[in-house]
Design a protein around this ligand. Structure first.
Ligand code: NAD
Length: 446
């Protein structure tokens, strides 16, 4: 059994039993042709029943996710549960629209399911990352074998119950618990898997892709990030810094899209740091169930230690800690929020994904320098540009080598394509692009 630990109390709150990948893939293969043969409207109705079951269980799911990975309850409700509900709804919307087959010359082009999807997910947004794969995969007529994170597997176990309760056919969604190696690796290397969709670290994603290559299995990778928040000299600095700090610290910094590098013109650096420190001071650290809490614990002792290691490395490399090191509760895997000022863009803290509440403020000389610094990591997942001119901000956004850019605080769009370039991975989730990721294309010549 694998114990599940509440990171706020350090108490064991449950356990899961490592599953049988062979049996799960066999069940998914057996169920797939029947599921794919259902009319779209019937698959939509099944997913609608799941949406109803999940919506009814939403408060319970939020509490469960908060307990297994430490998100404050309001974040758990709004993001950890609210977002997957919106994503599931968007996939039902796609199914409820008529299927459009394109015509190219004498060919009709059809989108067909791939077969069995292997989904491997991390602990930071356990339900969102699951639904971002399971909803489009099922909508398109695939069946799914899911290996959730061993750190936060309870929400996936509950989802499997809700799938059963909603009356979806057996074998359509199967959860296999276990560690990355051997269970995740067995799934990635299984010849019965047609697409492996992975979210997590770049290191594990690389291994998953190598295992899948042996069977020529298609792969989609959602990996880490080191996103830049580019604040141009004419921007509303107060708004850009406030939103930027909030984005960096969301979910205690355990967000792959977090804007962990704040790029400010050198003439406004000190002012930006002052604003960032004032904003950071408002991020009360504490019990996820306390309404005053804005930062809960990190998800595990290992993650807390990794983040503290990055902070120590930054200090050893000579970075200036403008804010940080404040008190945290004695029990629980807490890290106080940190603002590093005047950070060298090549320093380890500015290059490596920390996955904790750590912001690096980096000065730039001019716009070209800002773009160069923004594009100077191996990652490219998200980012932001702020300017008094939206047109100018969009022009700079187009120069950033990344999958998404928010201009002047543009809000997260759950139907926009989500994914990265470089070490942030490949493939897209969400919306029609996300739906199509789980399909293959057939041309029929007439
Ligand atoms: P991880 O990549 O080790 O784990 C993610 C998932 O992959 C888990 O389900 C895990 O069991 C599985 N996995 C691990 N090794 C595997 C292998 N060899 N084959 C198949 N599956 C495997 O991530 P983690 O240990 O949970 O966190 C480590 C770091 O990853 C974090 O510090 C952070 O930088 C990054 N991370 C990124 C994201 C993201 O959304 N981009 C999410 C979580 C973690």
């Amino acid at each position: 059994m694998i114990d599940v630990i509440n990171p706020a109390t350090e108490q064991v709150i449950g356990a899961v039993e490592p599953g049988d990948v062979e049996a799960a893939v066999a069940a998914a293969r057996a169920a797939q042709p029947g599921w794919a043969a259902l009319p779209r409207a019937e698959r939509a109705a099944h997913l609608g029943a799941l949406l109803d079951a999940m919506s009814a269980a939403a408060p319970e799911l939020a509490a469960l996710i908060s307990a297994e990975m430490g998100a404050p309850l309001p974040v758990a409700k709004k993001v950890q549960v609210g977002l997957p509900l919106a994503v599931l709804r968007s996939m039902i919307d796609i199914l409820n629209r008529p299927e459009i087959s394109e015509t190219v010359g004498n060919s009709t082009i059809h989108r067909e399911p791939l077969g069995v999807v292997g989904a491997i997910t991390p602990w930071n947004y356990p339900m969102h990352q699951t639904i971002a794969k399971v909803a489009p995969a099922l909508a398109a007529g695939n069946t799914v074998v899911h290996k959730p994170s061993e750190v936060a597997p309870l929400s996936a176990a509950r989802l499997a119950e809700l799938v059963r309760q909603a009356g979806l056919p057996a074998g359509v969604y199967t959860v296999v618990h276990g560690y990355g190696d051997p269970t995740g690796a067995a799934l990635a290397g299984h010849p019965g898997i047609d697409l492996i969709s992975f979210t997590g670290s770049t290191a594990a994603g690389r291994k998953v892709a190598a295992l899948a290559a042996a069977n020529v299995t298609r792969v989609a990778l959602e990996l880490g990030g080191k996103s830049a928040n580019v604040i141009l000299p004419d921007a509303d600095l107060a708004a850009a810094v406030k939103v930027g700090v909030g984005n960096c610290y969301l979910n205690s910094g355990q967000t792959c899209t977090a804007w962990t590098r704040m790029l400010v013109h050198e003439s406004r650096h000190d002012e930006a740091v002052e604003l960032a420190v004032a904003a950071a001071a408002k991020y009360t650290v504490g019990d996820p169930a306390d309404p005053a809490t804005r930062l809960g614990p990190l998800a595990s002792a290992a993650q807390r230690d990794r983040v503290l290691g990055h902070i120590e490395r930054g200090l050893a490399d000579g970075a200036t800690m403008a804010f940080g090191g404040g008190p945290v509760p004695d029990v629980g895997y807490y890290v106080a929020p940190v603002v590093f000022a005047g950070v060298d863009p090549d320093a380890a803290i500015a290059q490596e994904e920390i996955f904790g509440p750590v912001l690096s403020v980096i000065p730039y000389r001019d716009e070209d320098d800002a773009v160069r610094i923004a594009n100077s990591t191996r990652y490219g997942l998200a980012g932001a540009v702020w300017s008094a001119s939206q047109e100018h901000a969009v022009a700079v956004a187009r120069r950033l080598r990344t999958g998404q850019v928010d201009v002047n605080g543009g809000s997260f769009n759950p139907i926009a394509p989500f994914g990265g370039v470089g070490h942030s991975g490949y493939g897209r989730e969400l919306g029609t692009f996300g739906y199509e990721e789980f399909t293959t294309v057939k041309a029929i010549q007439l």
